[in-house]
Write a protein that binds this ligand. Structure first.
Ligand SMILES: [Mg+2]
Length: 226
């Protein structure tokens, strides 16, 4: 086993607890469009997937085309909810970041979401002087930068290349099947954080190791860092 040169963190569901908010909103939006759905349904079907794919699935289901306005319209509503209600950090994420810094472990964030969404979530976390968006300056990677979304491995490979790490020395921390699949396809080890997605599903997608808390992510990294 090689050393750890880079830890790549997913954003939504690993650093910030935004998935509960966005799946609820997505269920609302899709229901309005004529496909009745609960938050749980939306989590099962859509979590960790890219909105273009979701739009296509909704269009098939409701039998009509939603057009170019769907994604911007959804993002606008999402931004309103984030600003109105706030986005809490995932429990233990602050300690994970503190440990990565104190152990001098290079780390980055890689998300299927655009930078504007990371700014809305990470930027509102961690306090005014040290918000998490600023903290990841130069180490934030969005699938929109390269127009390829997880489960495609391109985003993780791109992040590794920019950060100067080889895939076999990268560890990905992910809470979604699509992210775990992307890590496997990139030839990277992964830690699956089983929160909204059950552990067996993350293991089934190829997670090297699955944990139930972010504190256990730190434990796993320590154990692998020998
Ligand atoms: Mg996620």
């Amino acid at each position: 086993m090689s050393s750890i040169d880079l830890v790549i963190l997913d954003c939504d569901g690993v650093l910030v607890d935004s998935e509960r908010i966005t799946t609820r909103l997505l269920a609302e939006v899709v229901t309005e469009l004529g496909w009745p759905m609960t938050s749980d349904d939306a989590t099962t079907r859509f979590k960790g997937r890219d909105l273009h794919e979701i739009q296509a699935e909704v269009e098939t289901q409701i039998g009509r085309v939603l057009g170019d306005g769907f994604i911007p319209g959804y993002r606008e509503r999402m931004a309103e909810v984030f600003v109105r209600d706030g986005v809490p950090p995932i429990e233990g994420a602050d300690a994970l970041l503190a440990w990565l810094e104190s152990s001098d472990t290079k780390h980055a964030v890689a998300s299927n979401a655009p930078h504007e969404k990371m700014k809305l979530t990470l930027g509102r976390t961690g306090g005014d002087d040290s918000d998490w968006y600023t903290r990841f300056e130069g180490r934030r990677f969005s699938a929109y930068d390269i127009q390829k979304w997880k489960p495609d491995p391109a985003l993780f490979l791109h992040a590794a290349q920019i950060m100067g790490a080889t895939p076999d020395s990268c560890i990905v921390v992910e809470d979604s099947r699509s992210g775990i699949s992307a890590a496997s396809a990139a030839g990277m080890r992964s830690i699956g954080f089983a929160d909204l997605t059950p552990a067996r599903e993350l293991a089934g997608a190829g997670a090297t190791h699955v944990v139930e808390t972010i504190a256990d992510v730190v434990k796993t990294l320590r154990a692998w860092m020998v």
